[in-house]
Design a protein around this ligand. Structure first.
Ligand SMILES: [Zn+2]
Length: 260
């Protein structure tokens, strides 16, 4: 079993619609958090017990995808210390986690000297498209997305062969198409309705129309649009994506679930 639940889908920051980027993958035995954007801990705790969480995978270390890691780490080490769980980040980003610990570690509380290190077994994602990692019995691979920091598109494959892919934040790149190849559910960023060259190809984002084209090129089955700059664009973005993609298109509205 592999089921996707949207906890939060906003770019940049939480809004009244919900948290910034955070998704749950439900497995046979627990849940995996994909991205830990602001609001993810609160949204999770309002629905599930902490001991169901089996691991966290962060697509890239921008704050709207990772800022709550420290909130999670504080909760993981206080008032009681919970068993460490795996935390996956793109290759080369463990230094940034160490910096996070340096800023927010509490020297006078032994279990919280380095909260991230004390909460998580950190593993790096090579973004080579081939190395298979495993979390809670689900295999996944990471692919080189194009963004201003190392960004990992992800492809999870459940025990029954069903696949859920995530674009991460990215411009239009071949490895992201590979991550989404014939995916049953493809969660793809659609930051803008329209944007200039620098935003799309320099910094690295997609328009909703480009998300549709990418899903079509990949032969994905169900496209789930996420990471809109403004939730007011949901409906129009949905329409743009449908112009480029014949398959099913949905918007990653917080609280909704998708079975691949
Ligand atoms: Zn980003």
């Amino acid at each position: 079993m592999l089921e996707l639940e949207i906890l939060g889908s906003n770019a940049t920051a939480p809004t009244r619609e919900g948290p910034a980027s955070c998704y749950l993958l439900h497995t046979e035995t627990g849940v995996v958090l994909v991205d830990a954007g602001p609001g993810s801990l609160l949204a999770y705790c309002s629905r599930y017990e902490l001991d169901r969480l089996r691991g966290i995978v962060v697509t890239h270390m921008h704050a709207d995808h990772s800022l709550d890691l420290m909130a999670w780490a504080y909760r993981w080490t206080f008032p009681e210390v919970l068993p460490r769980i795996p935390l996956f980040v793109p290759e080369g980003e463990t230094d940034r986690l160490a910096a996070f610990d340096a800023v927010f570690g509490i020297p006078t509380l032994p279990t919280m000297n380095r909260p991230i290190t004390q909460s998580f077994e950190t593993r790096e994602l090579p973004r080579d498209g081939t190395t298979v990692h495993e979390v809670d019995g689900v295999g996944f691979r990471s692919f080189a997305a194009h963004h201003s920091v190392p960004s990992a598109a992800l492809r999870f494959e459940g025990p029954d062969g069903r696949t859920v892919a995530f674009s991460s934040d990215t411009g239009y790149r071949a490895p992201v198409v590979e991550a989404a190849r014939e995916a049953d559910v493809f969660v793809c960023e659609a930051t803008y309705l329209e944007a200039d060259e620098q935003a799309l190809h320099g910094h690295g984002h997609l328009t909703a129309r480009m998300a549709g084209a990418l899903a079509a090129e990949a032969g994905a089955r169900h496209l789930v649009l996420t990471h809109f700059a403004d939730p007011a664009d949901w409906e129009e973005g949905h329409g743009h994506a449908k112009e480029a993609f014949d398959g099913q298109v949905s918007v990653a509205v917080p609280g909704t679930a998708f079975v691949p």
